[in-house]
Design a protein around this ligand. Sequence first.
Ligand code: XMP
Length: 178
Amino acid sequence: MAEIKVHDKYFVPWLSEEIIQQRVKEIATEINTDYAGKKPLFIGVLNGAFMFASDLFKNIHIEAEISFIKLASYKGTKSTGQVITAIGLDMDLTGRDIIIVEDIIDTGKTLTEFLPQIRNQQPASLKIAVLLHKPEAMVHPIHIDYCCFSIPNKFVVGYGLDYNGLGRNISSLYQVKE
Ligand code: XMP
């Protein structure tokens, strides 16, 4: 696979479609085992997680539901700073087994701010499934229950992730060329 140009930057091949699909299946198998006899609700975070959530969910063979939300950040008051709101979070989460499906955890800020909104609704359990995690970038530590790949602190595109709105349709992952 050769390097590609997305918007104004060059990217080099990083994780092939085969490797991603294999790992997503492994994570789905873990979830199938861990949630046997339960009926979890997967909540995919748009836009980035749409491909991961779809492939993961196709490999879930227990009773399960899926829904999607979008996170939007806006400037709150001086004391609250950036505030994250969830668009489309209209299901009753009380007593449910929730699995948040995210594309990537970078600094951890987004989920650190958003997770209390889920916990407030008193789910029976709350776990996090992510495609990618950049351990070196983490400044707001979050416990990740299911992680497909830990990656270096470099910008990546493909498999749902974008650079300037482009690249989400690529079925493998590319890393920025330095
Ligand atoms: P935090 O820092 O809050 O960031 O954990 C999570 C969100 O930042 C975006 N992000 C990326 N998007 N390639 C992308 O396409 C990357 O390498 C990358 N790193 C962070 C992403 O939207 C994620 O949900």
